[in-house]
Every structure is written in structure tokens, then in C-alpha cells.
Design a protein around this ligand. Structure first.
Ligand code: ATP
Ligand code: MG
Length: 438
């Protein structure tokens, strides 16, 4: 395994040049020694030339370092893993830091407490303890420890433990590790995939999907977020997903909803949604959804929109239940559907719904109807959003009363909207025949 890893690290240096400046600057230069010369590297040692060492915000983050140190000072290994390593390598922001360790959960708790940190057993069944450091939570998960049964020497069994942990992860780009010094470990060849922005399952896709059907949706989410824009999704993954698509029905609506939200929030979710349709997943998750309306929305969006507007464009049968939307989210979705039904003009959408929701309504209606957006629609929405109807019920008393009062106000409001919010109070009163009837 060490050889394979050495090879992948050497090829990674070659590929770093193709990474773009932001990401390439994450790599510290090395002296060109081969990885195998540094086999005995351990997590606590200073960086050794010949290894890939990244710079990442968490390397200088005392809160993260305190957690890693609490574990390593107890004689255990501790690695940042998953998104924090992946995103540091891509030069993208890191939001949470997950840690993998060979310390068993009860030792994790004891070591955290010894270091004066709070430990919360948030997922003991999966070996996860959350350590709170400077008010932030770090999820610390123990490697699977079935390695001892191989009876190998300590260093090899350490490699095996790291490999074991890596082979349990979903995608190769998510199975990258870095120690407290930023030194990267890549037990399953995730680096070349990451640099090529290829989302690939670790191991046999069929098996990995059958272990956890949520991975189908994670595949599309990561493809949407990290996939190369010009490359299709991995064909082995797609074939396995198509074969296992019905398994998605075992995943709870809540988890499906969580993944779909995150997928739709990616800058360009349309290819992932089209791939979901191709693999027979979309019709199971959201029957009746229309990927082409989403693609049209993406082409129309002046700025990337939120997931809810994209979901509204996608449509589909009962998203509120299927994706377990909150009541407020379901209400907003219904409001967007209603605006389309009412055929609101951009100005009226702005006036009735405000700038943000009005913009959403106009874009969704255009995407779903396939009609082009009217010239100047953004200005119209914002004019509508700023307009304030000059007439109040009190202005119409005593000329109108009861239901007639409501009707008169509505008539005046329609007149005012149709004239682009220009008519003054006096003109509206005249229009209603209240004053100026000479
Ligand atoms: P994000 O930026 O979306 O949080 P992430 O990679 O941190 O990306 P998480 O969902 O937070 O994703 O999971 C952390 C890591 O745990 C992943 O990188 C992956 O290695 C592993 N993981 C999470 N969920 C699964 C799963 N269902 N199957 C296998 N591995 C998983
Ligand atoms: Mg994460």
C-alpha cells in the first residue's frame, strides 16, 4: 500500500500544476525526495520533504489544534478528514472540521477532559464524540479497529487502520486525511480524482450503495458541487445507481430533503439533476419534476439563487411531504406556484412579494412556462417592491362602507399597479369617483 500511496503522491505533484493558482498555492514545495524515503513518518513529526503538505486555515486555528493535540498527546493518531481536507486542497472555504482517530471513544472523552475541553458523546454508536473547543464543535470519530486481527506489525497495522477507515468512506475525494502539520494521507487514491474533479465511490459502487442508499444522493450532491463542469458523472457509479435506484425509497424524507436542498444550493445543480433523471432516481425522489425547467431557470438567473427557488422551478408532486419541508418553506413554495398561476407582472410581483420573493416568482414563472423574461423586469420588480399604495381605507370613508369599501380599495390598487404605481392619492380618489366629479 505504501508504494501505491507513494505513486499517487508523486503523480499528485505533477497534477498540482493543473490545479489552478488558488489550489496550487495550497501545496508547499518539497525537495523531490520520494515518499518511500519517509515511510516512518508519524502524525506528530514535523513535515518531511517529499510528502504533500497543505496549508489550510485550520492549521493555524488554535481551537482545531487543541483538539488534535489532546488526542496525539495521549499517544494516538488524529487526522482532519473529509471536507476540511478536500476543500483546503481545492482552495475552497472549510466550514466544519471532522477528525478521525485511532483512540477509542472513551479515550477520546477522557483525553478531551484532561485537556480541559468538553466532550459530548453525540454518536457513540458510530464511534463519534463531539469535542467542544473555543465554543466550536469538532466531530471526532474512531477508526474501525478490526485491524488487530491481521496480527501485523504496529506501523503496518496503523496503515491498515487508516485504510480501513478510508474504505468505509463514500467517495475517494472524501477519504483524504491531514495531520496537525498539514501532511496529507491518501489511502485510496483520492487526490488524482480530486484534482480531476471526479466523484468516484471508494470500492465497488454496487456494494457501497447497498450498504447505505443515502450515498446515491450524496453522489449527485458532490457531483453538483465538485464535479468537473465538462465531464459526465462517473459511468460505473451511474450504472450502479441505476441498478439500485429503488433503494432510495428506504431513505427517510428528512434525509432526502437535506441532500436535495444542499444539491440545489450548488452553483450549478442542473447537470446533477439531469443525471438523477437519467439514472431513474429523480422520479423516485420527486415524481413529476421537470429538469428542463430547472436548466432554464439556471440560464435565466442573473445571480445564483437559493435552493427553494430552484426547487420551485423543478416542480414535482408534493415536494413539501417528500422533502419534509418546514411549514414556512412549504408556504413560500406555494406562494411561488400561486404567483405563476396569477400570472403576476414583474412590477406586481415586486409590490406583492417584495424584492427577493418577487424576483423568485418572476424567474420561476418564466422557467416553468418557457417564456422569455420581459425587458426591464428587474427594474420593474424593484419599483414594485419600493412602491407604497397611497390610499387608506380612512380616505374612502364615508363614501364607501363595508364590503364596498374593500372593493373600492382593490379597484384603486389595480388601477395604480397597472399604471406603474404613478397615480397619486388625488387621482385614485378621482378614479373612484369620490372627488373631482364636477
Ligand atoms: P460538506 O462540506 O458537505 O460537509 P463533507 O465531506 O464534510 O462535506 P459530511 O457529510 O460532513 O461531508 O461527512 C464527512 C465525511 O464523512 C465525508 O467526507 C465522508 O468521508 C464521510 N461520510 C459522510 N457520510 C457518509 C456516508 N453516508 N457514507 C460514507 N461516508 C460518509
Ligand atoms: Mg462536513
Amino acid at each position: 500500500m505504501t508504494d501505491t500511496r507513494g505513486a499517487s503522491e508523486r503523480s499528485l505533484k505533477a497534477r498540482a500544476a493543473g490545479l489552478g493558482e488558488a489550489a496550487a498555492s495550497q501545496l508547499r514545495p518539497d525537495t523531490g525526495e520520494t515518499a518511500s524515503e519517509n515511510q516512518n513518518q508519524t502524525a506528530n513529526a514535523p513535515p518531511v520533504p517529499g510528502r504533500l503538505v497543505i496549508t489550510a486555515s485550520w492549521l493555524n486555528d488554535p481551537a482545531a489544534q487543541a483538539v488534535l493535540k489532546a488526542l496525539t498527546s495521549g499517544g494516538f493518531r488524529a487526522y482532519v478528514v473529509g471536507g476540511a481536507v478536500r476543500n483546503a486542497l481545492l482552495g475552497e472555504p472549510v466550514d466544519e472540521i471532522d477528525i478521525a482517530t485511532d483512540a477509542p471513544p472513551e479515550r477520546v472523552i477522557a483525553l478531551a477532559e484532561q485537556a480541559g475541553l468538553k466532550a459530548v458523546p453525540t454518536g457513540l454508536a458510530h464511534g463519534t464524540v463531539t469535542i467542544v473547543s473555543s465554543g466550536r464543535g469538532f466531530e471526532v470519530t474512531t477508526f474501525r479497529r478490526d485491524v488487530e486481527s491481521f496480527g501485523r506489525r504496529a506501523r503496518v497495522s496503523f496503515d491498515a487502520a487508516l485504510e480501513d477507515d478510508a474504505t468505509r468512506r463514500d467517495f475517494t475525494m472524501n477519504a483524504l486525511y491531514a495531520d496537525a502539520t498539514g501532511q496529507v494521507f491518501d489511502p485510496v487514491g483520492g487526490l488524482p480524482d480530486l484534482f480531476a474533479r471526479r466523484v468516484r465511490f471508494v470500492g465497488d459502487p454496487d456494494r457501497r450503495i447497498k450498504e447505505d442508499y443515502l450515498r446515491i444522493l450524496r453522489f449527485f450532491r458532490f457531483f453538483a458541487r465538485y464535479g468537473a463542469p465538462e465531464a459526465p458523472p462517473d459511468s460505473k457509479a451511474m450504472a450502479a445507481i441505476a441498478r439500485n435506484a429503488e433503494g432510495i425509497e428506504r431513505v427517510s424524507a428528512e434525509r432526502i430533503g437535506h441532500e436535495i436542498r444542499r444539491l440545489l444550493a450548488a452553483p450549478h445543480p442542473e447537470r446533477a439533476i439531469a443525471a438523477m433523471a437519467d439514472a431513474g432516481v429523480l422520479e423516485r425522489v420527486l415524481p413529476g419534476a421537470d429538469p428542463s425547467a430547472l436548466a432554464f431557470l439556471l440560464a435565466l438567473e442573473p445571480e445564483p439563487g437559493g435552493w427553494l427557488r430552484r426547487l420551485a422551478a423543478l416542480g414535482g408532486d408534493d415536494p413539501a411531504t417528500r422533502l419534509r419541508l418546514s411549514r414556512a418553506e412549504a408556504r413560500r413554495l406555494a406562494e411561488l406556484a400561486q404567483a405563476q398561476q396569477d400570472n403576476l407582472s414583474p412590477a406586481e410581483a415586486g409590490y406583492r412579494l417584495g424584492l427577493e420573493r418577487g424576483t423568485d416568482a418572476v424567474l420561476v414563472a418564466a422557467a416553468r412556462s418557457g417564456k422569455p423574461l420581459p425587458e426591464g423586469w428587474q427594474e420593474a420588480v424593484s419599483r414594485g417592491a419600493q412602491a407604497s399604495f397611497p390610499l387608506k381605507a380612512a380616505d374612502l370613508l364615508p363614501f364607501f362602507e363595508g364590503p364596498a369599501l374593500g372593493r373600492a380599495l382593490a379597484t384603486a390598487e389595480r388601477y395604480w399597479i397597472a399604471r406603474d404605481f404613478v397615480p397619486s392619492k388625488a387621482e385614485l380618489l378621482r378614479h373612484l369617483g369620490v372627488f373631482g366629479k364636477s
